[in-house]
Design a protein around this ligand. Sequence first.
Ligand code: PNS
Length: 166
Amino acid sequence: MAPSHDAPVIYPGSFDPMTNGHLDVARRAARTFPHVVVAVVANPNKRPMFSAHARVAMLRDACSGLSNVEVASFDGLLVDFVRQQGARLIVKGLRIVADFEGEFTMALINRKLAGNVDTMFLPASVEYAYVSSSSVREIFALGGDVSDFVPPSVLRAMADLRRDVG
Ligand code: PNS
């Protein structure tokens, strides 16, 4: 069965927090596909720095200029969410060679779980190829400046967190 023209593509992730690299991938996916759903995993393996609600809010703010991008959260298997959305395609960013093994494995597992769901990789833009959520979290935890790495909505949320934690 051919995919429906209004079927979205799904751009999933933990986005804890989202980075300028994530925003770049969302922007480029939105230039290529008519409808992109950024899918925030509600309960990632590790305890997240930000709640699913907060991660969705930051993404919505950062993607507000992209009219064909929506942001949702999901629980459970990604392929189940993909099917619920009537989608067939997962889009993921690929930064450095070290990403490849995990991403390739996930793509194969997802295709095994749902034979009609495929994955496409967008190579990170070179200026973001070294930026990761985990390095942003570490720089922030150690009191460093992350303003070059994350959109303003994330910077504000991080400043609030710092204020709340004291
Ligand atoms: O940004 P991340 O942390 O690389 O995203 C990982 C994500 C959310 C895509 C992955 O953890 C995921 O798909 N989680 C949902 C659970 C699932 O479907 N697992 C089976 C595939 S390995």
